[in-house]
Write a protein that binds this ligand. Sequence first.
Ligand code: DAH
Length: 358
Amino acid sequence: MSLIDDLEALETQAKERIAEASTQEKLEAARVALLGRKGELTGLMRMMGKLDQAERPVVGKRANEVRAAVEGLLESRIAEMKQEATRARLAAEAVDVTLPGARPAIGHQHLIHQIIEEAEDIFTGIGYTVESGPQVETTYYNFTALNAPMDHPSRSARDTFYVVDNNPGGVSHPEAHAHGESDVILRTQTSGVQVHVMERQKPPIYMICPGSVYRPDTADACHLPQFNQIEGLVVDEGITFGDLKGTLDYFVKQMFGEERKTRYRPHFFPFTEPSCEVDVSCHICGGKGCPFCKHSGWIEILGCGMVDPNVLVNCGIDPERYSGFAFGIGAERVAALRYDLPDLRTLMTGDMRFLNQF
Ligand code: DAH
């Protein structure tokens, strides 16, 4: 076989090797094997010395052509590999800018605050203002001004969280000073806000006050140590029990639907006379009686009554001229009733699977 044939064979073989090289390392190995100092082409060229003088230029020319061809093949394979790598990278890093972005999870109001806002809408719609008052309160505002006798059982530490418990010489609340009382508590009801409002505002008063209240109860399905009330107070000339009933019936129908009935049951509260509790007809059985309403057909949602004249006097309002009514609605009760909640604790534990339903 002549050197020319060997060169032809080398070129053919080089084409295959270069085309087959799948990585840069394999391509480099092929280059060294073909063109390197100990490579095949170099080997063939070394043998040129043994050729006839006449043959040399022909074979030399061919050898140079083969070298140039192999170098060309290597170069274009390298370029091809770079392109492939770029294409692979672009594919891997591709971003579809037309895809909608990942939306941040936006929170929403807690069910109890939705209920409170709804109550605010209902009452502001009939001319009431929305007031607020302190959650850390003196016994004067929470009990005494509200006509609760000093020995009223709800004043005991079993029913009230004391912050400052009758500490002589350790009076810490300026308002307590003013009223000669030193006890500071977490309010057990929003009714004290009635007193704050009557102290700072003359009648006519049409107000509600939603807010947290606290009682030392162990949390169970029907009790929470912290819950929410929506207090209401109306003081004006000529206010009667008929106004109370019309207003609360209106509230119940707005909150629960036109078909709901109300029942006014006599009750006792120190700050109202007469007083009653209001029941709403059970939504499960429609009033016929079922386990949810303990077979009574009714569910209690609020306390109310005509403001006791003593409370008006305590707040500097003339009971001969003015009369009024008050009420306190349990916000969690309303939520439980509207959504058939089996356990009030679910409102406090922050389980999003529960809360996201509302
Ligand atoms: N404060 C009462 C309670 O916590 C609820 C209540 C009853 C509020 C009668 C009132 C009222 O304003 O007139 O049980």
